[in-house]
Write a protein that binds this ligand. Structure first.
Ligand code: SF4
Ligand code: SF4
Ligand code: FES
Length: 240
């Protein structure tokens, strides 16, 4: 297979001239230049799936908003990261996430340590723009160390990707469709019965919400450890 040459591209983000490599995304280049774009499903070190749409940006000449985390950069492109239209889309996306599951922050184990909550505060969304669907899912507390509460899940698939791409276990997957989609262990077994789960806890550390959490520790201690991925990648490279 012929390897594509990586080239330097110059373009604009919010009228700031930036450069990046042709294999980079708009989000990666924006972060390198300290230009903030909100994200939820993206986590540095994991593959990008572009599922949450929190990172939507305007690209001049494109009729629709595009996710910055999966849009490759192009020479001369002009990207806008904030506008009333983008803000309205982000607020609607957040509202739909809140509507699909049950998020009562005041009684949530990760209240104060939650990326979904942070985004809501950051974007100034004070109430959901769509009605709540009042879905109820069974909580799986069978594992000796961890709990899975699908009622807090935003289906970002960080847990699925970290388990597959970093731990190499692929103990997690998605089942069902639409608002019934759930994260499952193996063939939809209780977590404690999963043959492929190594109990490493990586899925719990990268989950942005209270959908996966550790048992027997206080709310203050339920800090997520999303930097674990980059640290592991770095230390594995050193060992090679
Ligand atoms: S997971 Fe986050 S947004 Fe959902 S209830 Fe808990 S703190 Fe609130
Ligand atoms: S369990 Fe957590 S990490 Fe996994 S998809 Fe749901 S919100 Fe994302
Ligand atoms: S962060 Fe880009 S779509 Fe989720």
């Amino acid at each position: 297979m012929i390897k594509q040459k990586v080239r330097v591209k110059t373009f604009k983000i919010d009228d700031i001239t930036v450069t990046g490599q042709s294999d980079q995304t708009v989000l990666e280049v924006a972060r390198e230049h300290n230009i903030y774009i909100p994200t939820l499903c993206y986590l540095e070190g994991l593959s990008c799936v572009g599922s949450c749409r929190m990172c939507l940006v305007e690209i001049k000449g494109c009729r629709e908003l595009a996710p910055a985390c999966t849009s490759k950069i192009k020479e001369g492109m002009e990207v806008v990261t904030t506008s009333p239209d983008i803000q309205a889309h982000r607020n609607m996306i957040l509202s739909m996430l809140f509507s699909e599951r049950t998020h009562t922050c005041s009684v949530c184990v990760v209240n104060g340590n939650c990326e979904l909550q942070d985004k809501t505060v950051e974007l100034g969304l004070e109430h959901s723009l769509v009605p709540y669907l009042e879905q109820r899912f069974e909580i799986d507390a069978s594992h000796k160390n961890f709990v899975h509460d699908p009622n807090r899940c935003i289906l970002c698939t960080r847990c699925v990707r970290v388990c597959d791409e970093i731990e190499g276990a692929h103990a997690l997957d998605l089942v069902d469709r639409g608002i019934n989609t759930r994260i499952i262990h193996d063939m939809d077994e209780p977590w404690a019965d999963s043959q492929s789960c190594t109990s490493c806890g990586k899925c719990v550390y990268v989950c942005p919400t209270g959908a996966l959490y550790e048992k027997d520790i206080s709310t203050e201690e339920k800090l997520k450890k999303t930097d674990i991925i980059l640290n592991l990648i770095k230390s594995r490279k050193k060992d090679d």
